[in-house]
Design a protein around this ligand. Structure first.
Ligand SMILES: *Cc1c(COP(=O)(O)O)cnc(C)c1O
Length: 371
């Protein structure tokens, strides 16, 4: 689905030098490069504080821990997302309230989540799915109205920009109280192992995030709260510090591929191409189409026969996962989400277009539909 080797080959000299320098420095944990990368990312995102951590799931967990929520407090999240979003809510003894999403943008909206707000609701976790921002203006207004925290799960949308109705543009992940991301290798800004980060403009929240990620201590061996151990290691930071310089060009390559797919599929009425939200840029973490459910399996089989990678993100709504069965009744269902789980599929999307075989992919799909 991604071409990590082709991407590495283009920046190999820089990466190899940086990795070897880090090894020779022996500052494997919390070396100066970790701070340097955090600063670079703060500048790139236009956010006051970037706090690195071990992965995107930890980032979500630590973000929730920093808000002093109590067991039983409700946190609204989409039911059409990666499991991590709801998992950390449940892990902390909070109650995930799994929402519907807009069937065209795949994201939650203020209108969709408003009826789910109760006196126990304390936070909303919007996910900018596949690389496009949720309607953050609506969600932030709703959060203000009801006094709720907003944690943006930005694992799939780093580099995407959202424009408010007054014309102000912000990076996704910097709009809510806290934003989180993952540097998993296949993410848009991926390292060569695990990594993650949290973003905030609030100095008190930043202190809490940092303290919790570091065993609940601000001063070594004095532990204020029960924290955890979640660090971005120096080698990953060195790699990310180089890759950050390429993030915008990676996003534009992804957009070029997306446009080519759009144009190639415009005649195929059985497919719906991804809808763009007017006030957000798209960084195409995934290029995700919808197809009639009765055709999906045969198309996937056909693509696999032709060695074309294809994935379904995500085949099962979160509320149907056994792990979350105690939060819903057994007959609980959301029509839009069920339908998405039965209709979506994602095609390869690369930063190295020349290696992408995109023409072959689109030809084969046209052939499947006799176009
Ligand atoms: C990848 C991802 C995460 C988790 O990140 P990890 O680094 O794998 O822990 C969380 N949320 C979403 C939406 C993701 O895509």
């Amino acid at each position: 689905m991604v071409d990590l080797k082709g991407q590495y080959n283009k920046i190999k000299d820089q990466i190899d030098t940086a990795v070897i320098q880090t090894i020779e420095s022996t500052g494997f944990i919390n070396g100066p490069i970790v701070k340097e990368f955090s600063k670079s990312l703060e500048e790139y995102l236009g956010v006051k504080h970037v706090i690195p951590c071990a992965n995107g799931t930890d980032a979500l967990q630590i973000a929730l821990m920093a808000l002093s929520l109590k067991p039983g407090d409700e946190v609204i999240c989409p039911s059409f997302t990666y499991v991590a979003t709801a998992e950390v809510i449940s892990l902390l003894g909070l109650t995930p309230v799994m929402s519907d999403v807009d069937p065209d943008t795949f994201n939650i909206t203020a209108e969709i989540i408003k009826p789910l707000i109760t006196s126990k609701t304390k936070a909303i976790v919007p996910v900018h799915l596949y690389g496009q921002s949720c309607d953050m203006e609506g969600i932030m207004n709703l959060a203000d109205e009801f006094g709720l925290y907003v944690i943006e799960d930005n694992a799939q949308a780093i580099g995407a920009k959202y424009t408010f109705s007054d014309g102000i543009e912000k990076n996704t992940g910097t709009i809510g109280h806290i934003g989180t991301t993952s540097f998993f290798p296949s993410k848009n800004l991926g390292c060569y192992g695990d990594g993650g980060a949290m973003f905030t403009n609030d100095v008190e929240i930043a202190k809490n995030l940092k303290m919790i990620a570091n065993h609940g201590q601000e001063v070594k061996y004095y532990h204020k709260v029960t924290g955890c151990n979640s660090r971005l290691d120096s080698i990953q930071a060195a790699i990310l510090n180089i890759k950050l310089n390429h993030l915008d060009s990676y996003s534009s390559s992804r957009n070029k591929m997306a446009k080519y797919y759009d144009e190639s599929f415009s005649e195929i009425s059985e497919l719906s191409i991804p809808k763009r939200q007017h006030n957000s840029t798209h960084v195409f973490h995934q290029y995700t189409l919808k197809i009639l459910p009765e055709l999906r399996n045969s198309l996937i089989d056909f693509l696999k026969e032709n060695n074309i990678p294809v994935m379904i993100y995500y085949p099962v709504p979160l509320y149907k996962q056994e792990a979350f069965s105690n939060y819903v009744t057994s007959d609980f269902t959301i029509t839009n989400v069920e339908e998405l789980c039965n209709t979506v599929f994602s095609l390869p999307i690369h930063t190295e277009i020349e290696n992408s075989s995109q023409e072959f992919i689109t030809q084969k799909i046209k052939e499947f539909f006799n176009k």
